[in-house]
Design a protein around this ligand. Structure first.
Ligand SMILES: Nc1nc2c(ncn2[C@@H]2O[C@H](COP(=O)(O)OP(=O)(O)OP(=O)(O)O)[C@@H](O)[C@H]2O)c(=O)[nH]1
Length: 345
């Protein structure tokens, strides 16, 4: 996995500020040498001219949308870039694909992860979604794709915060946290740490999996066993989950007995085969029976990266922790599936 070229999917609603962010990234040098693929909807490729960068490392996919008509073109564009890199004609360390504002990121990610030639060479490093604070919650509700873009994000960049009051910004951020409890939020501006946009893929063994899994301090992990819903401790430490917002639901579980490998397989088969298209993201740190080190598991829809065995546990907490974000699924659906992980084989 370490030799794979990291790919960042840059998404966000129409006019949210994707190109502005991309220009800042290219100008700031964060993320190393970057090759860019820009997708625009419309006859004229305009963004292409608005991006100030190393033009020979940039490909424009115009007149269609990556998530519907242009998936083949994306594969071709990536394959060409990778071939030029292999031939020494291009030198980049990272790929950024900017989608149109109308794109549903799910099928784009699907394309990237299942195309055999690409899956061997690139790895998804993260989904960065630009969220327009000036449009606020209304902007999210207007287009269903906007919700998916937020729910699938690893990182949210909130643009146009300068155009709203601190109160409105806070309310918008709270809404985003409900939709994407796993995502880190950054407010765009000169102070933003651009390096924080990168490095969100499945961790190498060296990277702390707990940091990766718990990248969202906003999401408390609920003990899977009946949590004390009443009483002082319950009130203080078991805030209500799932996080639910319209069609998007996030549930989490902590499992304090080792997961049987067969039940893990059964869980993945059941949840992902039956409800794969509705699983937006899943991240887990798993304590698997018979192993003294944890496994990191990462899925986008029904595509699961092979579990990665980490070097060891950090700290004393040896429980499995799992977070699933689903679309059009109830908490019961998700909790029933998670229950499989607790069952003996
Ligand atoms: N005030 C303010 N304006 C911004 C900010 N970010 C972007 N803009 C402006 O918003 C407009 C759209 O920005 P773009 O970067 O082109 O947005 P985009 O998401 O690439 O747009 P499309 O490709 O058309 O979907 C431009 O006029 C930007 O200058 C911000 O943080 N604050």
């Amino acid at each position: 996995m370490t030799d794979h070229i990291p790919l960042t999917l840059l998404t966000g609603a129409l006019g949210a500020g994707k190109t502005t962010l991309l220009n800042r990234i290219l100008a700031g040098g964060a993320g190393g040498r970057i090759a860019v693929i820009v997708n625009e909807f419309g006859e004229m490729g305009l963004d292409h001219d608005l991006i100030i960068g190393t033009v020979e490392d940039m490909v424009l996919l115009a007149s269609g949308c990556l998530c519907c008509t242009l998936r083949g073109d994306l594969i071709t564009a990536l394959t060409d870039l990778l071939a030029k890199r292999a031939a020494g004609q291009l030198t980049f360390d990272r790929l950024v694909v900017e989608t149109t504002g109308l794109a549903d990121p799910a099928p784009v990610l699907h394309t990237l992860m299942v195309e055999p030639a690409l899956a061997q060479t690139i790895r998804l490093d993260g989904v960065v979604t630009v969220c327009d604070a000036a449009l606020g919650a209304a902007g999210l509700d207007r287009v269903p794709e906007a919700l998916a873009q937020v729910a699938m994000a690893d990182v949210l960049v909130i643009s146009k915060a300068d155009r709203v009051t601190p109160l409105a910004l806070g309310a918008f951020q709270a809404r985003l946290a409900r939709l994407a409890p796993l995502a880190r939020q950054n407010v765009a501006g000169p102070q933003m740490d651009l390096a924080a946009l990168f490095g969100h893929g499945v961790p190498d063994a060296a990277i702390g999996a707990e940091d990766w899994l718990l990248s969202a301090p906003a999401l408390p992990l609920r003990p899977f066993a009946a949590a004390p819903e009443t009483g002082l401790l319950g009130a203080a430490f078991a805030p209500p989950l799932p996080r639910h917002d319209g069609t998007v639901t996030a549930v989490s579980a902590r499992i304090d007995t080792p997961v049987h490998p067969m039940m893990l397989e059964f869980f993945l088969d059941t949840l992902l085969a039956l409800r794969g298209p509705d699983i937006l993201r899943m991240k887990a740190l798993l304590w698997v029976q018979g192993h003294d080190a944890p496994f990191a598991l990462h899925a986008v829809q029904h595509i699961v990266d092979p579990p990665i065995r980490l070097e060891g546990w950090r700290g004393t907490d040896r429980t499995s922790r799992i977070v699933v974000i689903g679309r059009n699924m109830t908490e019961d659906d998700l909790q029933a599936a998670l229950g499989l992980l607790r069952a003996p084989a």
